[in-house]
Design a protein around this ligand. Structure first.
Ligand SMILES: Cc1cc2nc3c(=O)[nH]c(=O)nc-3n(C[C@H](O)[C@H](O)[C@H](O)COP(=O)(O)OP(=O)(O)OC[C@H]3O[C@@H](n4cnc5c(N)ncnc54)[C@H](O)[C@@H]3O)c2cc1C
Length: 306
């Protein structure tokens, strides 16, 4: 047995002591945890049940100098075909949502879809824009996710984060939220929970808005194929999808990855796409758009394990 696998076995045992047996897996395929359905195995994959367990798992990884990565719903992620040689800390077990007056508090692993459903059920308006974003609340704060004219920054009141080794509650004004940008990302913070300040609204009106946005999304986006949403950030003064379409790349395919023929802003997995296929396609799109229009597209999708 190699020294590395012995170390990983020991780390797995210590992670089990924090989270309980059954919450630590080895060689877990990350293709099963990303909406792209792409990605090799994680050496260790741990699912803490609460914030203290999460903090202890992260502290342990730091102590033994093992790289770790916090995973939400994997909906903005391209994982390499070789996977990730460290510890994935998956927050799917931390998914509680509670309501207090006009405030909705969600644990980081709660799905945005469930947060907007809870808001609607409780007659709270503000999170309608988020109903079709397939990420978690933590991932959405990290990315300042947005759609249809709304974004997290508009409705977020505060987040509790793990900053270094301790928990801190930060008001939205201290998070430097901008277009697909936050201080959470810059300062390597981990979101534990988020509180949204919403406004009272008529549930049937809120539902109608959510249904309308879902209809717009279904008609325009290739939701029938695995993807990670918009592949590229919106370049200032342009739309990535239009540039790619105007470059004649709609439907262009490399291996199992293609520029969607429904929405050129999405790279889709046509079946059996590898991360290498997606990377090659991204590079081709970047080069071709730059050659034709002088604009270098920047990926919105986060890369892991490259
Ligand atoms: C079909 C489709 C449609 C989409 N539409 C939209 C859209 O309209 N608008 C939009 O903004 N995005 C959209 N996305 C992209 C994606 O859903 C968002 O970026 C979402 O916020 C990512 O959340 P996640 O939980 O999946 O994060 P992941 O993909 O798991 O992770 C993304 C990054 O966030 C970090 N992260 C995750 N959780 C935490 C945490 N608790 N604390 C700190 N860091 C964390 C990860 O480490 C990683 O760096 C779409 C994706 C798909 C597949």
């Amino acid at each position: 047995m190699s020294e590395n696998s012995t170390n990983l076995d020991l780390l797995a045992q210590r992670l089990c002591r924090i989270t309980g047996d059954g919450n630590v897996r080895t060689a877990e395929p990350l293709s099963a945890h990303t909406t792209f359905e792409i990605g090799g195995p994680a050496a260790l994959f741990v699912t803490p049940g609460d914030a203290q367990e999460m903090r202890d798992c992260i502290a342990l990884c730091r102590e033994v100098e093992e790289p770790f990565f916090v995973l939400g719903a994997g909906s903005n992620l391209l994982v390499s075909d070789d996977g990730f040689k460290g510890v994935i800390i998956a927050l799917s077990g931390m998914d509680g949502i509670s309501v207090d007056g006009c405030e909705l508090t969600c644990q980081a692993g709660a799905l945005l879809k469930d947060a907007s459903e809870a808001a609607c059920t409780n007659g709270l308006s503000g999170l309608e824009f988020a109903c079709g974003i397939p990420g978690t609340v933590g991932g959405a704060c990290f990315m300042n996710a947005g759609a249809y004219g709304g974004c997290i920054a508009d409705v977020l009141k505060e987040v509790t984060v793990l900053n270094g080794g301790s928990f801190e509650t930060l008001p939205v004004g201290e998070l430097d939220l901008g277009y697909r940008h936050s201080r959470i990302a810059d300062d390597d913070m981990v979101v534990v929970s988020a509180t949204f300040a919403l406004t009272p609204g008529d549930p049937s009106q809120i539902r109608a808005t959510m249904d309308d946005l879902t209809e717009q999304r279904t008609s325009k986006q290739p939701l029938e194929l695995p993807s990670a949403g918009s592949t590229f950030k919106r370049p200032e003064g342009y739309f990535a999808g239009k540039l790619i379409s105007d470059a004649g790349l709609k439907g262009f395919q490399l291996g199992g990855a293609a520029v969607s023929s429904k929405h050129a802003g999405f790279v889709v997995n046509m079946g059996g796409a590898t991360a290498a296929d997606v990377c090659a396609l991204i590079a081709h799109v970047q080069d071709e758009v730059e050659r034709q229009f002088g604009v270098r597209l920047e990926p919105e999708v986060r890369m892991l394990g490259f």
